[in-house]
Design a protein around this ligand. Structure first.
Ligand SMILES: [Zn+2]
Length: 293
């Protein structure tokens, strides 16, 4: 009896060890750096991503992604240093939301110039968050950084997920870096907080009008792959289908609650966060069509 009990305990222990080992092996590392071209890298920490460009004359970094986690910024700097000893010349903010731009002080201490849209700069001056470096340069519609043979264009494409998103275009590499307003095969975040309708649609058209092939997103979507223009067109179609469905529901007096319960868009049910964020996405369009917000 005792022997049998011991055998089962041993078997259970072995099972637990294997299960734990299995889940650890399946887990992603906390951070990683992917080389996208000879000079362009994607740095991921947790579920946030930044792009950096390493040239012989210096580094252009983007979003510090260090909100409430200074260790992310230390990892970001160490990853840059693993690749190049060149000075960090610029940090470009994608927009003013803290989860992407907090934690930049260590970049500032290395002498980097901080660049953001002028509306992001104004908002950050107003907010005075202790862990957010205030930009040195406020961009209007277009700003060009040329460094070590690389040209990086910062384009303002209008209001979308905030009123101050800059998209970053590397024309030679045909690469684009966009944050938060173009999720890939994924629904928009909750009720599109800080979002602007209908401007968001125009903004997608303006992104499509730029010349690029691959898009690095500010979060890993769709298994971590980069985005394409087809993804942008599909997202615009999703938002159009959502808008049409909610417009009709609003006319039938179903906004907010019944619309949020009843509307389904089965064409997109395989997309990321479909069940989680569809009600919030409907809520935002109910505000637009049902109330005029
Ligand atoms: Zn954001």
């Amino acid at each position: 009896m005792t022997k049998r009990l011991l055998t089962s305990v041993a078997a259970l222990a072995a099972f637990l060890v294997l299960a734990l080992w299995g889940s650890a092996a399946a887990q992603e590392p906390a951070f990683e750096t992917r080389k996208i071209t000879d000079t362009v890298y994607l740095f991921r920490y947790g579920t946030h991503q930044a792009m950096f460009v390493a040239t012989p004359e210096g580094v252009i970094a983007t979003d510090p992604i260090g909100y409430l986690r200074p260790e992310a910024v230390q990892a970001y700097l160490a990853e840059i240093r693993r690749i190049t000893p060149a000075p960090i010349r610029y940090v470009v903010y994608s927009h003013h939301h803290y989860d992407h731009i907090a934690g930049g002080k260590p970049f500032r201490e290395q002498g980097a110039t901080f660049v953001a849209h002028r509306k992001a700069e104004a908002r950050l001056v107003q907010l005075q968050h202790p862990d957010v470096v205030i930009p040195d340069v406020g961009v209007d519609n277009l700003y060009i950084i040329e460094l070590g043979g690389v040209r990086l264009e910062l384009h303002y494409v209008g209001r979308n997920h905030s009123d101050n998103s800059l998209v970053m275009l590397l024309p030679k590499e045909r690469l684009l870096f966009t944050v938060d307003f173009i999720p890939i095969e994924t629904l928009q975040f909750r009720d599109l907080p800080d979002g602007y309708l209908p401007d968001w649609f125009d903004s997608l058209d303006r992104v499509l009008a730029l010349d690029w092939d691959r898009m690095i997103p500010g979060h890993p979507y769709a298994g971590g792959r980069l985005g394409t223009k087809e993804d942008v067109r599909n997202l615009k179609q999703y938002m159009t289908d959502l808008s049409d469905a909610v417009k009709q529901a609003a006319a039938e007096g179903k906004c907010y609650d019944r619309a949020m319960q009843e509307i389904r868009l089965p064409k997109y049910e395989k997309w990321g966060n479909y069940d989680r964020f569809l009600p919030g996405n409907i809520e935002r369009f109910c505000e637009y069509w049902g109330r005029g917000y």
